[in-house]
Design a protein around this ligand. Structure first.
Ligand SMILES: Cc1cc2nc3c(=O)[nH]c(=O)nc-3n(C[C@H](O)[C@H](O)[C@H](O)COP(=O)(O)O)c2cc1C
Length: 271
């Protein structure tokens, strides 16, 4: 088979990367043992400045995390610039055990609008960006077994040459971006919340390197020069636990998520 396998993802805390890479590797193993996968990790801002265009010979595993029940809105411009030209796509979203709401249908729509043929879709679970306990250490081995089964089914579909489009779960029109509530039950906007830096910071600059918005000031890493999307990259990457949020509404939301969505969710696959 003369198909080229591509893995494309945005993944500040690495869970989407694990799922997308797992699917791409397994498909590639089936199709052409050992042939290299073309990886486009668009987590960092510099990569999102480069144009990307595929052809009908490409298979693209595209993955994003679910933010507020949707495709992260900071990615919409970039995603709409990626052209499929008849490439096959596998739409993949990864969420933190609350819900993926309309993110998968939104990603599928974006891909189709851009000239991809979406032949499979999946919603997987990853450790929540806000938490070290919610969906802790997921995707785990059980998830990765499902990733392998999913990839084998995708391979069988490609091989059968019956590349039908799929239907995935989600509302249309899409629901509004999910909002946390304050203690009075009133929806609150946490978009302006920014991380704080404590005395454990050794100025190693790792947080500067991993920020997907390029927002952390190089000279003074306690300062932001741009927006914070609460992706968790600086907090989870810091070797000294020097980054944290202290906003009351953010912390309440995190706590509520940890209590309310403690029960394990399982991946959902669409073929
Ligand atoms: C701003 C923001 C909003 C999020 N919204 C949701 C959500 O609506 N539902 C959910 O289950 N998880 C939500 N999450 C959690 C992420 O989808 C999840 O942790 C994902 O695995 C992170 O992917 P990454 O490791 O590739 O960064 C949100 C995370 C962030 C940063």
């Amino acid at each position: 088979m003369n198909k080229k396998i591509n893995a494309m993802y945005f993944s500040p805390t690495g869970t989407t990367k694990k799922i997308v890479s797992g699917i791409a590797e397994k498909i590639s193993e089936n199709i052409d043992r050992g042939k290299t996968i073309n990886t486009i990790d668009f987590t960092l801002p510099g990569v999102r400045k480069e144009p990307v265009a595929f052809t009908g010979d490409d298979i693209v595993v595209m993955g994003v995390p679910v933010y507020a029940g949707r495709v992260p809105n900071v990615l919409l411009n970039y995603l709409s610039s990626v052209t499929g030209n008849g490439a096959c796509a596998i739409a993949t979203v990864v969420y933190g055990n609350r819900n993926y709401d309309d993110a998968l249908v939104e990603l599928k729509d974006i891909l189709e609008l851009n000239g991809f043929k979406v032949i499979a879709g999946g919603a997987f679970i990853g450790e929540h960006s806000f938490s070290k306990t919610l969906a802790k250490d997921r995707p785990d081995q059980k998830d990765m077994n499902m990733v392998n089964d999913f990839a084998s089914q995708i391979y069988a579909k490609i091989n059968s040459n019956n590349l039908e489009s799929i239907t995935v779960k989600g509302n249309k029109p899409y629901r509004k971006y999910y909002m946390p509530k304050n203690k009075e039950g009133v929806p609150v906007d946490i978009r302006k919340v920014t991380p704080k830096t404590n005395e454990h910071c050794t100025d190693c600059k790792l947080c500067v390197e991993v920020c997907p918005m390029g927002s952390i000031d190089y000279e003074d890493t306690s300062q932001l020069n741009g927006i914070c999307i609460k992706c968790g990259a600086c907090i989870k990457t810091c070797p000294n636990q020097a980054k944290y949020y202290d906003d009351e509404n953010y912390l309440r939301h995190k706590y509520e998520l940890e209590i309310e969505f403690a029960d394990r969710k399982e991946p959902e696959l669409f073929l």
